[in-house]
Design a protein around this ligand. Structure first.
Ligand code: GLU
Length: 476
C-alpha cells in the first residue's frame, strides 16, 4: 500500500471548471487505487478574487461527483505566517533578494530583457539604496533569484522533463507588504502538508520548475509531479464557454447523472488499454493506473458524455431512476409535484423508458403515459395510415374490447392473430396503433406500452384517432 500524500488544490475564484474536476478525480483515483492520503487545499490567498460562492460551488461539485477527501480542508490563507517565514529564510540565504522599483521601472527592465531575448533579472540594491527607496515610498517585492542551469523532473505522466532556467525570469515570491505570492504559498503548503505527489493539469507545467527551485532552495524534499492533458473542444480549440458548458454545475443542472459525468472525465486523459468505456466510480478506482494516463490532448465531447449517461441510466435500478424521472415529469408539467398516487404505474413507465433514455429530460418524451396526444405526427401518418387502415384499426378495437385480461401477451396475441387473419404483417397494425395512442412514431414496445395505458385509455384513444385520422368519406 502506498503512503503517498496527494492534494487537490482549487482556487475558489469562479465556477468549478471541468478541467479542475478532472484533476480532482485523478487525484482521487490515484489515492483510492494505490493507497495513501488525499487532502483538499483551498488556495484562497487572492482575497480580491476568492469568494464564498465559488467555494460552495466547488464543494457541491465534489460532493455531487462522490469525491471525498481525508481530513479537513486546509485554507492557504491561514498559513500566511509560514509563507512569510519561508520568504525570510530565502532572503537570508541569498536565494531571494528584495528589489525596490516603481511599476514603470520594472516594466523598463522587462522590456529590455525582452529585447535582448533573455529572461528578466533585477539588479541587486545595497541596504542603503533599499532604505532610501523605502523611505521614498517605492515598493520593494521579494524576488527569487533563479539559479543558472536547468531544472529536471521525471513527470509521472509525461516522463523526463527539463527546463532551461535561463528562460525563467526572477519571479516575485512576496509582495512589498510581505504577503506571499502563489508559487511560494504552494511550495510551503505542499511541504507542510507532506505532499509527495502533485498530480495536476498541464496548465501548471511551466510552474513546476519554479516550484522545484523553491523546494531545493528551502532544502526540502521535492514531491513527484504529474501533469495530465489539456482538455480541448471538439474542434481542437481551447475549451471555452462559447463552445459549451465549462463548469460542473452546468452538467449537474442539465440532468447528467454524476457517475456518468465522472466516467466521462476519467476517460479524458486516461484509458484502460482494453477499450472498455463504461465504469462506475468504484470500477474506475480498480482499473485506474498512472501508466494508463495519456499525454495526448483530450477532447471534451458532449455527445460521448450523453451516450455514457444513457449507459449509466441502464445500470441503475428502477427505484433510483424513479426520482429522476419524476423530476423530469414534474418539470414538463406532466405530473403534480409530490403526487405519490401512481407509484406502481410510474415504476412501469420508468422500466419501459430505461433502455431508451440518455438524458433525464428524455423521460418527458413519454408524455403519452400522462395525457392523450393532442396531435399526430404528420410524417408517420403519411407513411403508415393507408386507405384500409381505418377498417383494420376498427377491427382491432373490437378485438381489444373483447380481451378479458388486458396484458402484454393478450394484446400481442390479438394484434398478431388479426394480422394473420387479414394476411398482413403485424407492422401494418402496429404503426398506426402507436400513432393513434401516442401521436408519435417512437417509444417503448407497443404491447408493453398498451398494458401500462390500460384497456379503457387504449380504446378511447384509438376511437378518437379513427375519428380524426380517417379520410372523410364523401357523402353523396
Ligand atoms: N490552485 C491551482 C489551480 O486551481 C492549483 C495549484 C496546484 O495544483 O499546484 O489551478
Amino acid at each position: 500500500m502506498s503512503t503517498e500524500v496527494l492534494r487537490f488544490a482549487p482556487s475558489p475564484t469562479g465556477g468549478f471548471h471541468v478541467g479542475n474536476a478532472r484533476t480532482a478525480l485523478f487525484n482521487y483515483l490515484y489515492v483510492r487505487h494505490y493507497g495513501g492520503t488525499l487532502k483538499l487545499r483551498i488556495e484562497d490567498t487572492d482575497a480580491t478574487r476568492s469568494t464564498d460562492d465559488s467555494l460552495k460551488t466547488i464543494a457541491d461539485g465534489l460532493d455531487w461527483m462522490g469525491l471525498a477527501f481525508d481530513g479537513d480542508p486546509v485554507f492557504q490563507s491561514q498559513n500566511e505566517a509560514s509563507h512569510r517565514e519561508a520568504a525570510q529564510r530565502l532572503l537570508e540565504s541569498g536565494a531571494a533578494y528584495k528589489f525596490y522599483a516603481t511599476a514603470e521601472e520594472l516594466e523598463e527592465i522587462r522590456k529590455q530583457a525582452q529585447k535582448e531575448k533573455r529572461a528578466p533579472r533585477y539588479p541587486r540594491q545595497t541596504p542603503e539604496e533599499q532604505d532610501e527607496k523605502e523611505a521614498a515610498g517605492v515598493p520593494g517585492a521579494t524576488f527569487f533569484a533563479v539559479p543558472d542551469g536547468e531544472t529536471v523532473w521525471d513527470d509521472a505522466i509525461r516522463g523526463g522533463s527539463r527546463w532551461d532556467n535561463g528562460v525563467i525570469g526572477d519571479f516575485v515570491i512576496a509582495r512589498s507588504d510581505g504577503s506571499p505570492v502563489y508559487h511560494l504559498a504552494v511550495v510551503v503548503d505542499d511541504h507542510e502538508m507532506g505532499v509527495t505527489f502533485a498530480l495536476r493539469g498541464a496548465d501548471h507545467i511551466s510552474n513546476t520548475p519554479k516550484q522545484i527551485m523553491l523546494f531545493e532552495a528551502l532544502g526540502w524534499d521535492v514531491p513527484r509531479y504529474g501533469h495530465s492533458t489539456l482538455l480541448k473542444a471538439t474542434d481542437g480549440s481551447k475549451l471555452s464557454k462559447r463552445k459549451g458548458s465549462t463548469t460542473v454545475v452546468e452538467y449537474q443542472q442539465d440532468g447528467f447523472t454524476p457517475s456518468a459525468f465522472v466516467n466521462f472525465l476519467a476517460l479524458l486523459g486516461w484509458a484502460p488499454g482494453d477499450g472498455r468505456e463504461v465504469y462506475t466510480l468504484d470500477e474506475l478506482v480498480d482499473a485506474f493506473t498512472i501508466e494508463g494516463t495519456l499525454k495526448k490532448d483530450a477532447i471534451f465531447d458532449e455527445t460521448k458524455l450523453t451516450w455514457l449517461n444513457g449507459e449509466h441510466f441502464r445500470m441503475k435500478s428502477v427505484d433510483e431512476l424513479l426520482g429522476l424521472a419524476k423530476g423530469a415529469w414534474v418539470k414538463a408539467g406532466l405530473l403534480a409535484d409530490g403526487d405519490t398516487s401512481r407509484e406502481v404505474e410510474l415504476r412501469k413507465i420508468v422500466a419501459l423508458m430505461q433502455p431508451r433514455v440518455e438524458k433525464v429530460d428524455d423521460f418527458a418524451k413519454a408524455f403519452y403515459f400522462f395525457k392523450d396526444p393532442d396531435s399526430y405526427d404528420e410524417a408517420v401518418y403519411k407513411k403508415h395510415w393507408k386507405t384500409d387502415t381505418t377498417e383494420r384499426i376498427t377491427m382491432l378495437v373490437e378485438r381489444l374490447r373483447g380481451l378479458e385480461v388486458f396484458g402484454e401477451s393478450g394484446i400481442e396475441g390479438a394484434v398478431r392473430s388479426l394480422a394473420g387473419e387479414l394476411g398482413l404483417s403485424a407492422s401494418k397494425l402496429i404503426h398506426p396503433t402507436r400513432l393513434s395512442l401516442c401521436g408519435v412514431g417512437f417509444g417503448p414496445g407497443l404491447f408493453e406500452l398498451m398494458e401500462v395505458l390500460g384497456q379503457a385509455t387504449c380504446i378511447r384513444r384509438l376511437e378518437r384517432a379513427l375519428d380524426v385520422l380517417s379520410p372523410k368519406q364523401e357523402v353523396s
